[in-house]
Design a protein around this ligand. Structure first.
Ligand code: UDX
Length: 437
């Protein structure tokens, strides 16, 4: 099938490469010429495990191309809209300008029978609005909403082997036709037995934000328990293990610590609250305000812990922050809890040095006022206190004895509850973590 992918960021670049891998002929379009140039050269514009290899393979087949010229989508039968929907400046709502602009650019090139597939995370009601525009421009084209659930760091695997495929379709024969076309696109994963839900536009759009809200709530739930653990001397990691054995609860996404960040969960729950308000259903989501507040409190608490281990003041103290990305195996620093903590400590007078295996370039662009080092060892040299902020495998594997030789003071705040307190304390470290005695 000939396919276009509009928007080649974290979502679109991976989606384009995976569609080519599934055997389709793919044209990826982006307005960012530098990004297109890298991709056309077979290079990934961001860090995502497995993507460079997949790009190599797909480019070698000749089935994957990239361009800045939207006119090249002509001839494709399916057009995936994969552009970003960031948070509006100074508001909770989602900024839909990129979605609207990409559909505007696409309209003149649509042919009868084309299917416009929305993958971006949008406020419920957007698909209906875009469908009207598409049908007005080309009465025999149709819109299908197909939310994406990929996790950064596992994006290739999540796209090739999704845990479910959701379609929101137009009523009547148009929806049935679009379903048939997309079933052909996803013939591979569907034949592997991937569960499929075919529903209306509103449900499909809600599925995505409901899923992210649930995940955010699960994380904030365990972080709220961490606050209780701190007040009582209990251990949140053991609490999570114990409640996680109940299959109705499950242990995944119950890792207490610095909380969630990134380009999705924080802005998606806020946009969902804003949309609920517009729909007169804001009470239904008022709990998400609390989820957001609990999450943000964790960042403050880490700074407080650093202050505690530094005997009450961080002014002039040398702090090493391990991790800048919002989670391991990603170079994405959007709303990164690690950088938020680093910046707060810097503003409060600490001398902060941040390191990260992949995200340094992005971190420096986002926070030019912070100081950066290439390795954990360089960041920690002469540090009074170390903060583990993003649980990269190489930080989890640090040897507390050898690492203790580098620092000026053996103090560590484990912001992700991933180090072994016994081993670190045995090596002479003052070890503190969130929700643990
Ligand atoms: C998320 C959703 O998981 C994905 O389905 C959706 O499509 C996009 O948003 P992603 O943003 O890549 O994916 O990251 P995710 O793995 O969900 O982690 C989000 C944040 O939660 C990270 O900052 C992570 O450190 C934090 N987290 C995750 C916790 O604090 N505790 C946990 O137990 C799990």
């Amino acid at each position: 099938m000939r396919i276009s992918v509009i928007g080649c960021g974290y979502l679109g670049a991976v989606h384009a490469a995976c569609m080519a891998q599934l055997g389709h002929e793919v044209i990826g379009v982006d307005v960012d010429a530098a990004k297109v140039e890298l991709l056309a050269d077979g290079r990934a514009p961001f860090y995502e495990p497995g993507l460079p290899e997949l790009l190599d393979e797909a480019m070698a087949t000749g089935r994957l191309r990239f361009t800045t010229d939207i006119a090249e989508v002509a001839g494709a039968r399916v057009h995936f809209v994969c552009v970003g929907t960031p948070q509006k400046r100074g508001e909770n709502a989602a900024d839909l300008r990129y979605v609207d602009a990409s559909v505007t650019a696409l309209l003149p090139h649509l042919a009868a029978g084309d299917v416009v597939v929305g993958k971006s995370t949008v406020p419920v009601g957007t698909a209906e609005r875009l469908a009207e525009r598409v049908v007005a421009a080309q009465p025999e084209a149709t819109v299908l909403w197909n939310p994406e659930f990929l996790r950064e760091g596992f994006a290739v695997q999540d796209t090739l082997h999704p845990d479910r495929i959701v379609y929101g379709v137009a009523p009547g024969p148009a929806g049935a036709r679009a379903t048939q076309v997309l079933d052909e696109v996803y013939a591979g994963p569907l034949s592997d037995g991937t569960p499929q839900v075919v529903t209306d536009y509103a449900t499909a759009q809600l599925v995505k934000v409901a899923a992210n809200s649930f995940l955010a709530t699960k994380i904030s739930f365990i972080n709220a328990m961490a606050e209780l653990c701190e007040a009582t001397g209990a251990d949140v990691t053991q609490l999570a293990d114990a409640i996680g054995h109940d299959v109705r609860i499950g242990r995944r996404f119950l890792n207490a610590g610095l909380g969630f960040g990134g380009g999705c969960l924080p802005k998606d729950i806020r946009a969902f609250m804003a949309r609920a308000g517009e729909l007169g259903a804001d009470q239904a989501l008022s709990f998400l305000r609390e989820v957001d507040a609990i999450n943000m409190r964790r960042r403050v608490r880490v700074v407080d812990l650093v202050r505690e281990v530094c005997d009450g003041s961080i002014v002039g103290r040398r702090v090493a922050v391990l991790g800048a990305s919002f989670k391991p195996d990603s170079d994405d620093v959007r709303d990164s809890p690690a950088l938020s903590v680093a910046a707060q400590m810097g503003l409060q007078g600490a001398r902060v040095v941040v390191t990260d295996p992949q995200a340094l370039a992005n971190a420096e662009r986002a926070w030019p006022s912070l100081t950066f080092a290439a390795t954990a060892q360089e960041a920690a040299a002469g540090a009074d206190v170390v903060v583990l902020a993003t649980e990269w495998a190489e930080y989890r594997a640090l040897d507390p004895v050898a690492f203790g030789e580098i620092v000026a003071g053996r103090r560590i705040v484990d912001g992700r509850n991933v180090l072994d307190p016994v081993a670190w304390r045995a090596a002479g470290w003052h070890y503190r973590a969130l929700g643990r005695p």
